[in-house]
Design a binder for this molecule. Structure first.
Ligand code: SAM
Length: 246
């Protein structure tokens, strides 16, 4: 069965998203590796390299990682900054945050905070952060334009926005293979490996409905960001959009 997302109200959409991530939280990290054949690691590393958090400085480099779930991006940022960055993981889902907190504790990381928060209404004051990151999160947010305005609001002037998200494959034939994989292989793997076909059907549907590279770039500009550019990763399976608040 499909979730039929097109027909639901925005609040109902958020409820379904919450239910999906609540169900998959404990298996989330393993499933990421299985479904993307490990590629999500390469894409996340590309985002953190682009962020290039400073390794020194008088004050900590403040990052908010929205929809940060189990802390994958946050831990990479801390590592790359030699512990100089302070990362606030903001996610709407207590189950995902719970897994993240446990991982942080196991690794002895004390420079990451986990906060339950909605990307559409962040509980942070204006101009607090040097950078805002969001990886594979924004397509789950019902009102993307509202989340982008919030990103703009919480950044300092000069602060950077970096968004990693599934996007549109831009290579003929590869797009056909990708369709086949998405619509036929992923739901079956979801059933066999995670015993949860519906959640993985949601994953595929949400990727297909998300705006393509150019349309999303325009949305980021509409939120007020300058110098917005994007880089395709793995032929556009994912894209990294960046912008600056000036
Ligand atoms: N960023 C992590 C990563 O790359 O591994 C997690 C990505 S996961 C696919 C999507 C996350 O978005 C989930 O943890 C979910 O709880 C979160 N999310 C969904 N809607 C949200 C909202 N409105 N505000 C904040 N987080 C949200």
């Amino acid at each position: 069965a499909s979730f039929g997302f097109r027909d639901v109200t925005l609040d109902a959409k958020q409820d379904m998203v919450d239910e999906v991530f609540h169900r998959v939280a404990s298996r989330y990290d393993v499933m990421n590796d299985v479904m993307s054949a490990g590629l999500h690691r390469v894409w996340k590393d590309a985002m953190v390299s682009r962020l290039a958090p400073p390794r020194s400085g008088r004050r900590p480099f403040e990052v908010v990682d929205v929809a940060g779930g189990t802390g994958d991006i946050a831990f990479r940022i801390v590592e790359r900054s030699d512990g100089k960055a302070r990362v606030t993981v903001a996610d709407i889902n207590a189950s995902m945050l719970g897994v993240g907190r446990e991982r942080a504790e196991k690794r002895g990381i004390r420079t990451v905070d986990f906060v339950e928060a909605n990307a559409e209404a962040l509980p942070f004051e204006d101009g607090r952060f040097d950078a805002y990151t969001i990886a594979f999160g924004i397509r789950n947010v019902p009102r993307i334009d509202v989340a982008l305005s919030e990103a703009y609001r919480v950044l300092k002037p000069g602060g950077r926005f970096l968004c990693l998200e599934f996007s549109a494959v831009d290579v003929p034939l590869v797009d056909k293979v990708y369709d086949l994989y998405s619509f036929n292989v992923i739901p079956v793997m979801g059933r066999l490996v995670a015993k949860d076909e519906d959640s993985y059907r949601y994953l595929v549907e949400s990727i297909r409905r998300f705006p393509n590279q150019e349309r999303f770039k325009a949305m980021i500009e509409d939120a007020g960001f300058s110098r917005v550019t994007y880089t395709n990763l793995t032929m556009g399976v994912a894209a990294l959009h960046v912008g600056v608040k000036i």
